[in-house]
Design a protein around this ligand. Structure first.
Ligand code: NAP
Ligand code: F7E
Length: 334
């Protein structure tokens, strides 16, 4: 039975990856930080077989301890401060966890394996945010980086550290340069979920408006369930390498609003959307679109869920959650 350790198991991707690996017959371990982490029950619900270990990307001994306990064949380093908007307000913390945290995890693997790093296959969750002020469209593995946020800068550090450990110490280390991917499990702070949840609450009469920042920015949005499969495929190859994972199709925040509001029968959504200058970012990444032809040809990977289906499924899930919430409130009142 292969063994895997996932950092960031309480996050969106961690939960999909844990489910995916359990279904593949892996013994899965998940790193959880803090005491009484409120997101643990959700992990236990979707992947009850996962064994949770305590640890933090700011604490090297805890990472070594987790590796010693899990004895993994594969490590997926997904833990990070992942919200770009927050990274300007907490640049130091973001650098510490999203950047230096990668170095700490690589060091932990080196110590745990007694310098025989090739024994463990390592996946680093890199990001299209590293492309930032893009030098070409679409972006592929050879496109130069120009990150535009503290988050993007921290991810670029983690990316090159991963490449460096591969080149210096023979680590089997891969970096997945993933473009935006979403799901009904996406955090409420990201624009896709903020919109689908807001639309569901407006349809239920609980709220009237959604406050948003830049409606013109465009992203290459895919489904998280498809993207975790690409992570796993990267670690099944003979040689470690870096891969762009994307759909190759770009949409604006306006397109997102059109599809989400249409799902609940609202065509004229402008009266439900307030633009808040406070939500504009100090520097924006205007157009990200990925060229995943290397992942397609070498890994045989391709996305299965298109943008419309993704957003409609998120709205449907949020409508169901809003209905459950209303039912339990009615029960409490009666
Ligand atoms: P997410 O939902 O925000 O999850 C982040 C995870 O990191 C959470 O489990 C969180 O745990 C954990 N974490 C935060 N600080 C930590 C620390 N100090 N020590 C250990 N764990 C810590 O993010 P996601 O969307 O699943 O993304 C997974 C990874 O892929 C992240 O590295 C992200 O930057 C990267 N990425 C995401 C996308 C995307 O579109 N989703 C695209 C490219 C790259 P808590 O529950 O304790 O907070
Ligand atoms: O923003 C615009 C915002 O926060 C998308 C992370 O997973 O993907 C994600 O980062 C766009 C931006 O995602 C609001 O300005 C408008 O242009 O959903 P987001 P992100 O910043 O692209 C990358 C690949 C990662 O690696 C990250 O970890 O939408 N936007 N109005 C807004 N965004 C938010 N959050 N909230 C708004 O009100």
């Amino acid at each position: 039975m292969p063994r895997a350790l996932i950092t960031g198991v309480t996050g969106q991707d961690g939960s999909y990856l844990a489910e995916f690996l359990v279904a593949k017959g892996y013994e899965v371990f998940g790193l959880v930080r803090g005491q009484n982490n409120p997101r643990v029950p959700a992990v236990r619900r979707v992947a009850p077989a996962v064994r949770l270990l305590n640890g933090d990307l700011r604490d090297l001994p805890s990472l070594i301890g987790a590796l010693d306990a899990a004895q993994p064949d594969e490590v997926y380093n997904l833990g990070a401060v992942s919200f770009v908007g927050m990274s300007w307000r907490q640049a130091e913390l973001t650098s510490e966890i999203t950047g230096i945290g990668v170095l700490r995890m690589l060091e932990a693997v080196q110590i745990h394996t007694h310098n025989d790093m090739g024994r463990i296959r390592f996946y680093q969750a890199s990001s299209s945010e590293m492309f930032g002020k893009v030098r070409e469209v679409p972006q592929n593995e050879a496109t130069p980086f120009h990150p535009r946020s503290p988050y993007g800068v921290a991810k670029t550090f983690g990316h090159f550290m991963t490449v460096n450990y591969r080149e210096s110490y023979g680590a089997y280390a891969c970096s997945g340069i993933l473009f935006n991917h979403e799901s009904p499990r996406r955090g409420h702070e990201f624009v896709s979920r903020k919109v689908t949840r807001g639309v569901a609450r407006i349809a239920a009469g609980l709220e009237d408006t959604i406050s948003l920042g830049n409606l013109e920015s465009r992203r290459d949005w895919g489904f998280a369930g498809d993207y975790v499969e690409a992570m796993w495929l990267m670690l099944q190859q003979d040689e470690p390498d870096d891969y762009v994972v994307a759909t190759g199709v770009t949409h604006s925040v306006r397109d997102l609003l059109d599809i989400a509001f249409n799902r609940v029968g609202i065509r004229d959504w402008a009266r439900h959307v307030a633009q808040d200058p406070g939500l504009l970012r100090p520097a924006e990444v205007d157009l990200l679109v990925g060229d995943a032809s290397k992942a397609r040809s070498r890994l045989g990977w391709k996305p299965r869920v298109d943008f419309r289906t993704l957003i409609e499924s998120m709205v449907d899930a949020d409508l169901a959650a809003t209905e459950r919430e209303a039912r339990s409130r009615r029960r409490v009142i009666s």
